[in-house]
Design a protein around this ligand. Structure first.
Ligand code: 3H9
Length: 696
């Protein structure tokens, strides 16, 4: 047998054990090993049934994604599954951990499936821009029913073993040791003369609702806007009702390979690895000691502070909220409570869970209490002097080994750390609003931040279910530094001839969660207005500056919170409606700036805004502020609503071709001036025919 798959016997039961860490993926050696195991079990007259089980933390978690796009080596998964399904002796899958993708497909090619109650089963291929390639769309709906089968394929979410049992996907839940239980179950099946149940033979009911698939297609067109794979999954499940099983399987394989060659799948696979790569810091090795964070204090009881605190309570970590007065603290606590209560009202959280979480959040107005916790996260007003004052006090009262984190979104973490006697304990943790919802956490490494503090902060990010991405210190760090150019170009485009709704629609159709001007309205236009006013004296007067956003603020239009900004909003409704006065202001401004307005194509809108992100991203990469292009992609996907199926701005640029992006950036530089100075790294890679990310 192979190194990663072993065949053994317990009495009359043959056991195929896959031991291919980390997740027993179906690489070539595993496929070959299973095929050999089935052959060995079939050839041995003493073997009456075969159990397929995995060592380590999980059952097979799918095909080996790292093999995708590489030359294929026989046997294919379909051949292995045929051998299992056609085996003359019952084959029983024994599931623990996660049976995902090709893993669940392998289990469904077995005659019976048993699982421990904690196991999970799913077809998550759609999250990689794929359809299953080994029967997921053909076998799963035959077992669990058409609607559930289609939902599991199009949505990609796994179900628990107990739900799987209720729906016929799992036949037996095993208590205690899985292998012992699976062998006993196999012996029972043999003793009972249980039939060789083949999922392919299950017939669908005759009365399939006529609109079932159209309704699902509509649903997924809405919730997975712009994604191709969910639709293709639904089509294949529908095909399973119309085609004989083998033809359905053939069709599924064709679509699987088409999807695998698609840009969307390449983007989603890129992000799968980007997410896992982000926490790997070259000079902070995996075995760097970390501290267990068992208590946290958040400074500042505002919306941000409350949102940050909720993350910890949700993860079961006790957290205190501190502010200067009891009144502010009470107000903050009531906002948190209201937030949870809303989630309960929507049915997404039980009252019991809410009570548990609220029970983990306490409050104080006594600064000295910071001395009682393992980690402090400061979320006070974004002013350097205030931050310095706070950190000076933290230095005085925090325990020597406490992590002192700042939630600043722009300020110099080193300058903040310098007021303490222990800058190695200071780090930036930049949460994104709403902090209890957004997945991104920019982890800002100061010049003196210790490796232990970095490693611990990444561990904390994982505990609170955030994607931690490392950034160096610079104005705005990675995400906000890049967004400046994106928003700037959106406003310049408005000045040159587009209306806000055209700019926003072009980017929404590109796949952004919302357009940049609507995003400004959501965030509050007064925030950046205040910053611009502060920077006015030092602004380079030779650089182009649009006064439109300032003038909108002068009309007391700060965005959604004041009922209007770039757009109007009706009370309780976030739908933007164009405003005639704003449009008049825009036309007047173009005129007074001497700009003759022109028709602007959606293509130009996308190039101007997205390439502004890319050009700045290239500078950030070159300066070493970001470790890798895929980190920038993760930031934009998890914090800025960049479309997942485009893989992030840097991956998108790679797909467009850096020579094409560079050419346009040079043209914009010529037409629109200094903002567009091409990043040297972009120029270099474009000229060398290279990419930001390693592709393929
Ligand atoms: C498929 O099956 C297609 C078939 O229908 C058709 C075939 C013909 N391959 O996530 P973790 C690595 S498509 C290769 O940190 P966790 C991962 O990169 C596949 N590598 O652990 C990481 O490496 P490293 C459908 C894989 O405990 C390490 O394993 N299946 C694969 O938080 C640990 O991963 C899926 O989409 C893979 N399939 O979560 C499932 N999976 O340590 C994808 C993981 O070097 N996997 N790795 O960074 C997952 O969802 C999670 O990894 C899992 C474990 C839940 C299993």
């Amino acid at each position: 047998m192979s190194d990663v798959v072993q065949f053994s016997k317990r009495g009359s039961i043959g056991i195929i054990t896959i031991d291919s860490p980390p997740v027993n993926a179906l690489g070539h050696a595993v496929r070959q090993g299973i095929a050999d195991g089935i052959a060995a079990g079939t050839a041995d007259d003493d073997v009456k049934a075969i159990v397929l089980h995995c060592a380590g933390r999980t059952f097979i978690a799918g095909a080996d994604i790292t093999e995708f796009g590489k030359p294929f080596k026989e046997p294919g998964l379909d051949a292995v599954m045929n051998a299992m399904e056609q085996s003359t002796k019952p084959v029983i899958a024994a599931i623990h951990g996660t049976a995902l993708g090709g893993g669940l497909e392998t289990a469904m090619a077995c005659h019976y499936r048993c699982a421990v109650a904690t196991a999970k089963c799913g077809q998550p291929e759609v999250n990689l821009g794929l359809v299953p390639g080994a029967g997921g769309t053909q076998r799963l709906p035959r077992l669990v029913g058409l609607e559930m089968g289609a939902e599991m394929n199009a949505g990609g979410a796994p179900i628990s073993a107990t739900v799987a049992k209720d729906h016929g996907l799992v036949d037996e839940i095993i208590e205690g040791d899985l292998l012992d239980g699976a062998v006993a179950y196999a012996e029972r099946l043999v003793a009972e003369g249980a039939p060789l149940r083949r999922v392919r033979d299950i017939e669908y009911p005759k009365d399939i609702p006529a609109d079932l698939f159209d309704n699902l297609r509509k649903k997924y067109a809405k919730i997975k806007r712009g994604f191709e794979a969910p639709q293709r999954n639904i089509d294949l499940v529908e095909a399973s009702t119309k085609l004989p099983f083998d033809e359905g399987m053939k069709k599924e394989q064709e679509v699987f390979f088409e999807c695998m060659m698609s840009v969307q799948s390449a983007a989603q696979r890129h992000l799968f690895f980007a997410e896992r790569q982000a926490s790997k810091i070259p000079d902070v090795p995996k075995d760097t000691p970390t501290k267990d964070i068992k208590s946290v204090m958040v400074l500042g009881a505002g919306t941000m502070g409350g949102g940050i605190a909720m993350n910890f309570a949700n993860a079961g970590i006790p957290v205190k909220i501190l502010d200067t007065t009891q009144e502010l603290v009470d107000k903050g606590m009531s906002i948190v409570e209201k937030n949870y209560a809303n989630t309960v009202k929507k049915g997404r959280l039980s009252q019991e869970k809410m009570d548990q979480r609220m029970g983990l959040i306490s409050s104080t107005a006594n600064f000295e209490d910071v001395g009682s916790v393992d980690m402090v996260i400061e979320a006070v007003f974004e002013e350097m002097d205030i931050k310095k004052d706070v950190f000076g006090k933290l230095d005085k009262f925090c325990r020597p080994d406490a992590i002192m984190a700042t939630n600043t979104s722009t300020l110099d973490v080193d300058e903040i750390a310098a007021v303490t006697s222990r800058p190695e304990q200071v780090i930036g943790t930049h949460f994104f609003s709403p902090a209890n919802v957004m997945r991104l956490l920019e982890i800002v490494r100061g010049a003196k931040t210790s490796k232990e503090v970095i490693a611990t902060t990444f561990k904390v990010a994982k505990q609170i279910r955030k994607v931690g991405v490392l950034s160096g210190v610079c104005d705005g760090f990675i995400g906000n530094r890049m967004i400046h150019g994106y928003s700037r170009e959106a406003v310049f485009l408005v000045e040159e001839g587009a209306l806000p709704q055209q700019v926003d629609a072009a980017l929404y159709n590109f796949g952004m969660a919302m357009g940049p001007l609507a995003m400004g309205d959501l965030a509050g236009l007064d925030v950046s207005w205040r910053i611009r006013k502060r920077q006015a004296a030092t602004r380079d007067k030779n650089l182009r500056y649009s006064p439109i956003a300032d003038k909108i603020c002068e009309m007391d239009r700060y965005g959604q919170k004041t009922g209007g900004g770039w757009y109007d909003y009706k009370p309780g409704d976030r739908t933007p409606h164009p405003n005639a006065e704003v449009e008049k202001l825009i036309l007047e401004e173009s005129k007074s700036l001497g700009i003759s307005r022109r028709d602007i194509s959606d293509e130009e809108i996308i190039e101007r805004t997205i390439y502004a992100l890319v050009n700045e991203g290239a500078k950030i990469l070159e300066e070493g502020i970001a470790l890798r292009a895929s980190d920038i992609d993760m930031i934009y996907i998890s914090g800025y609503g960049f479309p997942i199926h485009r893989g992030g701005p840097m991956f998108y640029a790679d797909c467009v071709g850096l020579e094409n992006v560079y050419k346009r950036v040079c043209e914009f530089h010529e037409e629109h001036g200094a903002f567009w100075k091409p990043a040297p790294l972009l120029e270099q890679l474009a000229k060398e025919g290279k990419t930001f990310n390693k592709l393929g």
